[in-house]
Write a protein that binds this ligand. Structure first.
Ligand SMILES: Cc1cc2nc3c(=O)[nH]c(=O)nc-3n(C[C@H](O)[C@H](O)[C@H](O)COP(=O)(O)O)c2cc1C
Length: 126
């Protein structure tokens, strides 16, 4: 499955994690600000964004809303400071706006390292 990992990151956490994920699953890596080369070549997109005031980066929102992603599998991950129920509620609110996102997960808390994504990467590789 040809995959692109596309990230939006203000302070670097998501950028690091997206790079790690792309490397592990041999996917192409893009910053959402730079745009994606020939998006139609991909079967799957892994989208990563920080959460800012309860929302995705505006660049990521624009990307999701302005591209036809209906033929692709779209997996979203977010990095956020919340954990547990608060993080789940937050993620639910975020994904409710994006019907083309097929699955979503969060990495929450103060210290988030790329290796936090190992289990997630395992699922992506199944
Ligand atoms: C301006 C700002 C607003 C934030 N708002 C939220 C928020 O509403 N909910 C949350 O869980 N985390 C919030 N955070 C924490 C970030 O989502 C978290 O640090 C994330 O890892 C940032 O990713 P980045 O380093 O790739 O930009 C906020 C951080 C910043 C800088």
């Amino acid at each position: 499955m040809k995959t692109a990992v596309i990230y939006a990151s203000k302070t670097g956490t998501v950028k690091k994690m997206a790079g790690y994920i792309a490397d592990k699953i041999s996917a192409d890596l893009y910053s959402v600000k730079d745009g994606v080369t020939d998006i139609g070549q991909y079967d799957r997109l892994v989208l990563g964004s920080g959460v800012y005031a309860g929302k995705l980066s505006k660049h990521m929102v624009r990307f999701i809303e302005s591209n036809d992603l209906s033929s692709m599998k779209v997996e979203l991950f977010v990095c956020c400071k919340f954990t547990g129920e608060k993080a789940e509620e937050q993620l639910k609110k975020i994904t409710a706006k994006f019907p083309t996102v097929s699955s979503a997960t969060y990495f929450g808390g103060k210290e988030r390292e790329p290796t936090d994504a190992d289990a997630y990467i395992g699922k992506l590789s199944e």
